[in-house]
Design a protein around this ligand. Structure first.
Ligand SMILES: [Ca+2]
Ligand SMILES: [Ca+2]
Length: 391
């Protein structure tokens, strides 16, 4: 009996045995300090559980979506082209796309397929439209994609517009996402670098809006009874939303480019106010202070934030098994942060699990139905790349 180790030691050995196996899944205790801070150090790409395979070249690619049940994808180029990339065929230009107001941060934006795409061929696109007096604003349209030797879209119909159009060429956001049940279209609508519209209920800027697939307003929207663009609003107090994703439990997450040192990932709730520009864990780029989130608990605080800035771009839920420990994560690209960030989802909490240093600006993250992760790198020599799991 006296040779048995004390109970505390047995417990410690048991914990050590449990945590010893090599895994990329960071336990909450490992990331608690990072999660509560803006810090998030990058690790070399060589340590990642994948290698990066370059697949195709694009000119300022902005967004992509795989066409369900195929090995093809639609990819927007900011200057105004829509490309149909095929794994086993040529990359084609899709004809019939709208003219876009290209400049600054704007041009062609997002592309997604409708929930009923298999039957209808419907896709949704966002782009920037010029207005009077050097103003501009994002719009969203739907059209039917015709594939084949000469792919094209037909019947393009604009279903939503940023209101009001304002001067400047920044913070359009114009990210699109359908709810998992296919009933609602969510649009990230940036505050157009004008700050105060994010809190203005008479503007749909700085908001996440929720629409029916035809662009009409769902009767159960939180501000539906107020009419006008107010009725479109699902959540407010956002800055520049560049990624939206549902997880497999139906929670909606968004990321947004914050002010200096205030990039955020939020859990999106109806009617919630995320506080910009009244509060932010970052501060204005001109040096002016913005009170941090804890000073105003009535505003919803980010689940995670980054300082220095990583400039988030793209957001995707990962539920697959191709990369060890990634199941139930959010994947997010970083522009100035030049990499890929993985956040483990733990109920309504997120953890800073991985940040890999690509040395390249990442614009878009997409998961194919075989569980493989694909990225678009940013810029005039942008690439479609595939993350090939290491064996
Ligand atoms: Ca996408
Ligand atoms: Ca602050």
């Amino acid at each position: 009996m006296k040779n048995l180790p004390p109970l505390a030691l047995i417990a410690a050995l048991a914990v050590a045995a449990c945590s010893a196996p090599a895994t990329t899944e960071a336990a909450p205790a490992d990331t608690a300090k990072l999660d509560a801070s803006g810090a998030h150090p990058a690790t070399p790409l060589a340590d990642a559980p994948f290698t990066v395979q370059e697949i195709a070249d694009f000119n300022e690619p902005w967004a992509m979506t795989f066409i369900p049940g195929t090995r093809a994808a639609l990819i927007t180029e900011k200057s105004g082209k829509l490309k149909l990339w095929q794994e086993n065929g040529p990359t084609q230009d899709v004809a019939g796309v709208p003219a876009v107001a290209y400049g600054g941060q704007g041009g062609f934006g997002d592309v997604i397929v409708a929930p009923d795409f298999a039957a209808s061929g419907t896709i949704y696109l966002s782009w920037v439209e010029a207005g009077d007096g050097d103003t501009a604003g994002a719009v969203v349209g739907k059209a039917k994609l015709i594939q084949g030797a000469a792919p094209r879209i037909e019947g393009l119909q604009i279903i939503w517009k940023q209101d009001p159009k304002v001067t400047g060429r920044g913070h359009y956001s114009h990210r699109l996402l359908f709810s998992p049940d296919g009933k609602y279209l969510f649009i990230g609508s940036g505050e157009r670098q004008k700050f105060t519209p994010a809190q203005d209920m008479k503007a749909n800027l700085g908001k996440i809006v929720r629409l029916n697939p035809d662009g009409s307003v769902p009767a159960d929207n939180p501000f539906a009874d107020q009419g006008g663009v107010t009725a479109q609003i699902w959540s407010l107090g956002h800055r520049n939303i560049l990624g939206l994703a549902f997880d497999d439990t139906g929670k909606l997450w968004n990321q947004e480019m914050g002010p200096k040192g205030g990039d955020e990932v939020n859990l999106v709730a109806a009617k919630a106010n995320y506080g910009y520009p009244i509060v932010s864990n970052g501060d204005h780029y001109d040096g002016k202070d913005i009170p941090d989130h804890p000073t105003r608990p009535e505003f919803a605080a980010p689940k995670l934030w980054w300082n220095p800035a990583i400039s988030p771009a793209g957001l995707a839920f990962y539920g697959g098994d191709l990369y060890p420990g990634w199941k139930n994560s959010l994947l997010m690209g970083a522009l100035s942060g030049e990499g890929l960030i993985r956040m483990a989802i733990d109920g309504e909490t997120l953890h800073k699990s991985d940040r890999w240093d690509f040395g390249q600006r990442i614009r878009e993250v997409e998961v194919r139905d075989d569980g493989s992760v694909w990225l678009l790198t940013d810029g005039e020599d942008g690439k479609l790349v595939k993350l090939v799991p290491k064996r």
